[in-house]
Design a protein around this ligand. Structure first.
Ligand code: FE2
Length: 268
């Protein structure tokens, strides 16, 4: 399975255009939260309309998974906690999202919503406990915030991660956690796009301006994770312990650079 993982696109339309160009090369595209930009001059309701159009287009090209981030919260639930209702409501597009789980063969994706209060946090805990009970061979989580006290949540000054998530990872040891949220982590001294906590791989592609977005490609058959950004290309073999510093790649592998069946290459 080849997965393309991005987060924190923050209504960058050139980055979404790039995604639509490359999506069909991947078995799954994962958007790990913060599709919207609450500081944009564009009204957030208009942003949601545009995002729905992009997601519908992407869905014609590959399978999609979307979780919410703190910039995606558009509603308040009856308990007064903020939620991303528009992300929860993506089932009309056939896109698995917040609070849902998605099985692909022997792999289970658990898609966690951004939690803004204790009730939503407890729902995430229940969701993970329920999926733990039916855990298949491979278990991947999509959760916007990275775990606390991890290089993937280090912003150059302090950790900005999620403490409960760190506890859930320690308890369940999923195979992979896909996150985002802390934009600077991969680009900061002491930060990273990848971490290994016990047997769990944690990824945060980070945020950069313009297309392409910083992104991670996972190839489960090749057992490789590759991070591609303006700061260069790095990779880790997933079948070995994490070695720091992470190895740089001077050349992308053929399977990533070869033209697709329509003769297109990934735009740089
Ligand atoms: Fe963000």
């Amino acid at each position: 399975m080849r997965c393309l993982v991005v987060a924190d696109l923050h209504y960058s339309l050139p980055q979404f255009d790039w995604l639509t160009q490359v999506a069909r090369r991947f078995d799954i595209v994962i958007l790990a939260g913060d599709l919207l930009d609450l500081s944009s001059l564009v009204d957030w309701r208009a942003q949601i309309v545009v995002m729905r159009r992009y997601l519908a287009l992407l869905k014609t090209r590959t399978r999609l998974i979307v979780c919410s981030g703190n910039h995606d919260l558009d509603a308040t639930d009856p308990a007064g906690e903020k939620i991303a209702r528009w992300v929860t409501d993506l089932s009309y597009l056939g896109v698995p999202s917040d609070g849902q789980s998605f099985a692909d063969g022997d792999t289970l994706f658990t898609i966690c919503p951004w939690w803004d209060g204790p009730l939503a946090r407890n729902r995430v805990a229940s969701q993970l406990a329920a999926d733990a009970a039916r855990r298949p061979l491979h278990w991947y989580w999509v959760h916007h915030a990275p775990p606390d006290k991890s290089p993937t949540s280090w912003d150059g000054h302090r950790y900005q991660g999620d403490e409960p998530l760190a506890g859930w990872i320690a308890e369940y040891q999923p195979d992979i956690v896909f996150s985002g949220h802390v934009h600077q982590s991969p680009f900061s001294r002491g930060g990273s796009w990848v971490d290994r906590i016990g047997k769990t791989w944690v990824f945060n592609a980070g945020h950069q301006f313009g297309a392409p977005p910083a992104h991670i490609v996972i190839d489960t058959a090749e057992q490789q994770a590759i991070w591609i950004s303006a700061a260069g290309v790095q990779h880790v073999p997933l079948d070995r312990p994490l070695e720091l510093p992470v190895a740089k790649l001077t050349e992308l592998p053929d399977w990533l650079t070869a033209p697709d069946e329509e003769g297109d290459r990934i735009p740089a």
